[in-house]
Design a binder for this molecule. Structure first.
Ligand code: PLP
Length: 408
């Protein structure tokens, strides 16, 4: 005891020992979360989220933020696009685009493959844009010939494409759409809502000529919800800088945020509004796994494709039918399935929950009660040893058997 009084650091040694033990953090048992976001999160990411409180002006935090900016670019294969990492959800990306890139009464074109394109259109409209929509049949994408005709009819300031519309699990071929826009209307900015696709689908921002990629932390990026991630090409930034009217937003203004992002990238802190400090540590942990981990980015995309193909095939063998009309427009990070004849949502979703598997119901208004949705992004797809897909496959087969038996 006397030694402890003389040398208080001895007192803390056992505490430090236990603190280092907690690095082998393991999550409490919980129901398997297989909705299309938020998704299951790796232990290391949750542990990083529990980082001790830090000043957002400290050098340690600034360098963590800088890492996030650089690695965000890496995931999108971009050399010089500008990431904006701001507290908010995916929807806040819509606000940023609508408020910063569109001036009142400018024309925008929205490619609509479901509920989330409707939302983006609504947001653009709220900021004063004149919005035209090209709407696909349910389960399909907008025809290239219709896009070309629309671009030839009118000069659009920007076009929005929802990469994966989470309401239908429809995947749009952004590479081909971007090629078409660049050829027919080179000044039209190409905005990709990639909330449900970053890190589960390949996006080559520079090579494909995409101007804005907007996303959020809670899906393929494998981080808890709360971080809005918007990445803007240098060309789009110039368009923003050359606006003829002032920006009509405060918190979403890139004028406010650009110097902050630039400072953090130099590993120097700067302040406009308090960043979500712990989430930045969590995001850095996830980005480190994604960009520097044992699985390369390309292999990550392949793992999502493989998981998706197997699960869709299995579900179809049970009698479910995919909402996307063909394989080439099917997302790889999620699946939307129509119920077999005679089966309804209440036969399936609650019963899966009882088996500790959480899935999502339908949200596309035209087919809402006819289908349900399963997310298989991030660790669920990339770490098959977790057994997530085995668990849902077994639970789904058993649930369907029970539902059929109960109707006899
Ligand atoms: C494609 C798409 N866009 C936008 C959003 C909105 O994101 P958030 O719910 O994080 O605001 C979502 C949410 O699921 C989405 O899937």
């Amino acid at each position: 005891m006397a030694a402890l009084v003389r040398c208080p650091s001895l007192l803390y040694r056992p505490l430090r020992f236990f603190a280092s033990m907690s690095r082998k953090f393991v999550q409490d048992p919980h129901k398997l979360l297989l909705i299309p976001g938020p998704i299951e999160v790796a232990d290391e990411v949750l542990y990083a989220n529990a980082h001790p409180s830090m000043s957002h002006m400290s050098p340690d935090f600034a360098s963590a933020f800088g890492d996030c900016i650089r690695m965000t670019r890496d995931i999108l294969y971009s050399k010089d696009a500008q990431p904006f990492l701001i507290a908010g959800s995916g929807t806040f990306g819509w606000d940023q685009v609508s408020a910063n890139l569109v001036e009142p009464d400018e024309d925008v074109l929205v490619l609509n493959c479901g509920y989330f394109a409707e939302g983006f259109a609504d947001c653009l409209h709220a900021y004063g844009a004149k919005v035209d929509q090209l709407t696909a049949v349910i389960g399909g994408t907008v025809k290239l010939s219709d896009i070309e005709a629309a671009l030839k009819r009118k000069k659009y300031k920007l076009i929005t494409v929802t990469h994966v519309d989470t309401s239908t699990a429809v995947l749009s071929n952004i590479k081909v759409v971007a090629e078409l826009v660049r050829r027919v209307s080179p000044d039209t900015l190409i905005v990709l809502d990639a909330v449900c696709s970053v890190a589960s689908e390949e996006i080559q921002m520079d090579a494909w000529g995409i101007d804005v990629v907007l996303t959020a932390s809670q899906k393929g990026l494998g981080t808890p919800p709360g971080l809005s991630i918007v990445v803007v090409s240098q060309m789009a930034l110039k368009v923003f800088e050359n606006r003829s009217t002032p920006v009509r937003t405060y918190y979403a203004s890139w004028k406010k945020w650009l110097p902050i992002m630039k400072a953090y990238e130099r590993n120097a802190a700067a302040y406009f509004a308090t960043p979500p400090v712990n989430l930045i540590y969590a995001y850095r942990a996830s980005l480190t796994q994604i960009t520097r981990g044992p699985v390369s980015l390309q292999d990550r995309f392949e793992a999502h494709k493989d998981t998706s193909r197997r699960f869709k095939k299995f579900a179809e063998s049970l009698g479910f039918k995919s909402v996307p009309l063909t394989e080439d427009v099917s997302a790889n990070g999620m699946t939307a399935l129509y119920f077999p004849d005679g089966i309804i949502a209440s036969d399936i979703v609650p019963s899966l929950l009882k088996k500790d598997v959480v899935v999502a119901g339908g949200i596309h208004s035209a087919i809402k009660d006819k289908y349900f949705r399963v997310g298989h992004m991030g660790v669920t797809a990339v770490n098959p040893e977790r057994g997530d897909m085995d668990k849902i496959s077994d639970a789904l087969a058993e649930t369907l058997k029970e539902a059929k038996a109960s109707k006899l």
